[in-house]
Design a protein around this ligand. Sequence first.
Ligand SMILES: [Zn+2]
Length: 447
Amino acid sequence: MSETELVLRSTRVVTPQGTRAASVTVAGGTITAVLPHDAEAPAGAQVRDFGDDVLLPGLVDTHVHVNDPGRTEWEGFWTATRAAAAGGITTLLDMPLNSLPPTTTAAHLDTKRAVARPKAHVDVGFWGGAIPGNVKELRPLHDAGVFGFKCFLSPSGVDEFPELDQEQLAAALGEIAGFGGLLIVHAEDPGHLGAAPQPHGPKYADFLASRPRASENDAIAGLIGLARRLDARVHVLHLSSSDALPLIAAAKREGVKITVESCPHFLTLTAEEIPDGATEFKCCPPIREAANRDALWEGLADGTLDCIVSDHSPSTADLKTADFGAAWGGISSLQLGLPAIWTEARERGHTLDDVVRWMATAPAALAGLGHKGAIEPGREADFAVLAPEETFTVDPQALQHRNKITAYAGKTLHGVVRSTWLRGREIHDGTTLAAPTGRLLERPHHA
Ligand SMILES: [Zn+2]
């Protein structure tokens, strides 16, 4: 083993065994030990003492729409990975749609990787896409290292990434289960969406009524049935409807291989506060009522919800018109997920240990990234240093993502990211971002 090159000290280090004062040693980009706070540093090692600032594992965001190449004016690997680094995220997984080409063939994956490689400030991996007619592409994509496959059950918002009908869904899931892969699903049922009043105009209430809870609940119920029948592994993306939590909890108790994520906007924002015309709050499924938000927090507390990821899905400002029917659906939050969630979590009596489990350890486990997402020997030396008691007010112009639009503008949040570290190198010091040193990740072979 190489010699210790770095020692990071804090009175508050978040480890899988709890938060404690410690010195974390790093060699060759990997954590080698978590020692007592006053442990003597080996000769020649660089020592950084963060005082009472908290040392967290770098966060893992498995749900990011980078849109590069093809819609790089919406977002790109350069800007998205800078926003991630500034927000304490050291690993992100890119969604297979909104870029051109979408990640629906192995050749398209090669194109995406070539574009991402020189721009990656953090580690970047890729989801593949399951669309009508590409069942034969799934195995090659799996072999090429995608982390799993995303599909929609209702229109995705872009023509080149159509949804699957029930027959196509069963075929794709059967194929994926055959090689032990993972299907991740945008679960809104098209029948319910078609029957609901169609949204148009600036009223948020009209938009909310157009995406009823039943659409999520029934899509998830169907997915559970299919996963049970095919003995397949599925993951529900961006859960908004808290009414689906009992179904999910029952399926988990029964042994169905299902995991679920929610997002900062569903856990921190409410329908009641969204002004008319404020389409920076538009996403699908939608942000629902305050009581729904409370129930989602209960789902986190009891383990029904596994992880919190951003679903960062930006567009240019011209697509965010004041009409909720016409505006692009997607919320930009990559850099703000940690403070947004921490601000709400602390009010509700949760600790940073909980936040780390939801935003680092669990997403790493979802993706099979056993070398990421926790501060313990053998994992990569990815860290975020957080001042959890400090507050700041969100200024969109100060954010790193490409289009300076966010649903969090003007909010005062707790938790300032002081620095971010990737494999033992400081990539963000609170003001400046280092040149890109992120790697492209493949699904570990035995994940
Ligand atoms: Zn998404």
